[in-house]
Design a protein around this ligand. Structure first.
Ligand code: UDP
Length: 317
């Protein structure tokens, strides 16, 4: 493959930094834009000094102008805790970020991949979720800033495609976990592992009967690259692991794997928390020949080892 000039927004984040690493391994020139609101410099530290890597602290809600071949628009806090801290900025990031990146793609003729989310399905009435399902999203709730922001980003991609011929691609990312998540990220996998490793109470929201499907980050990154390199397929396409678990079962699994003394406690369920979520990945299998390879057990072992190290670093400091 020819080396591409790549712009990656959100490249210092959890998923973005793994994608940065793969792109550099493949020989591409990578420019990371990140405002470091939820991304961290330590995620990209290992790439500093690499000639084909560049980091620019920049907020994607402001325009950015330079020539690129590929644009990956990943910038946006993704943990409910993080995206609800400043919901107006969250909507700005998704909406204005998409405007700015699509405008840039139009000007320089770049292919643009937009990171969307399973949250566009809201609290789904179709299960598992297929791409043709339009979703069941509350437009005025506490999650709307993220859900509707990403829905607008999808709308903009398709309008820039139809109106301006921009080569856009949409991926809908389902729950993802793995190394480089923040200890205080707030999402379920990181919370439970960090609590279990410290023998603290495991905080199950509601009765824990709600389900999620968890994809290991390396699998996801393979899917993102498969989508970017596939011609004539704008998506949207679901990228996620179809293995579905109740949240309370996830808590039990993590307690067992970490040999923890933690107890499970139940806290109130946040509003609009989806009751079920599982991707139908038939389209990704057919078009991208992609499916996850790392099951929950294997992925959790790697993630537990990572958090164990992170917590030890904190104690030593
Ligand atoms: N959750 C939980 N305890 C936690 C964090 C999350 O029970 O400490 C639940 C949350 O209510 C949701 C599921 O786990 O039902 C996944 O939450 P997460 O924040 O990881 O992502 P979401 O899929 O809701 O965006």
């Amino acid at each position: 493959m020819n080396a591409k000039r790549v712009l990656l927004t959100g490249g210092a984040g959890f998923i973005g930094s793994h994608l940065t690493g793969e792109l550099l391994k493949l020989g591409h020139q990578v420019t990371v834009l990140d405002n470091l609101s939820s991304g961290r410099l330590e995620n990209i530290q290992e790439f500093e000094g690499c000639e084909s890597f560049r980091f620019i602290k920049h907020d994607v809600s402001e325009p950015f102008c330079e020539d690129f071949d590929w644009i990956f628009n990943l910038a946006c806090p993704a943990s409910p805790d993080a995206y609800q801290t400043d919901p107006i900025q969250t909507t700005k990031t998704s909406m204005l970020g998409a405007f700015n990146m699509l405008g840039l793609a139009k000007r320089c003729g770049a292919r643009l991949l937009q990171a969307s989310t399973s949250e566009v399905y809201g609290d789904p009435k179709v299960h598992p979720q297929v791409e043709s399902y339009w979703g069941n999203v509350n437009p005025v709730g506490v999650r709307s800033c993220y859900d509707e922001g990403k829905r607008v980003a999808e709308t903009l991609c398709n309008d820039y495609r139809r109106q301006n011929g921009v080569d856009t691609k949409i991926i809908r990312i389902f729950n993802t976990y793995g190394p480089r998540m923040r200890v205080n990220d707030g999402r379920v996998v990181s919370n439970f592992i960090v609590q279990a490793l410290q023998d603290k109470d495991i905080t199950v929201y509601g009765d824990g009967s709600q389900t999620r499907s968890f994809c290991y980050v390396k699998d996801l990154v393979r899917g993102i690259l498969a989508m970017m390199t596939k011609d004539s397929f704008p998506g949207p396409v679901n990228l996620g692991n179809p293995g579905e678990y109740k949240v309370r079962d996830l808590a039990e699994i993590i307690i067992k794997m970490t040999n923890s003394k933690s107890r499970i406690i139940n806290l109130p369920l946040p509003s609009d928390d989806p009751t079920v979520r599982r991707p139908d990945i038939s389209l990704a299998k057919k078009e991208l020949h992609w499916e996850p390879k790392i099951d929950l057990n294997e992925g959790l072992l790697l993630t537990i080892a990572y958090f164990d190290k992170e917590l030890t670093k904190r104690v030593i400091k």
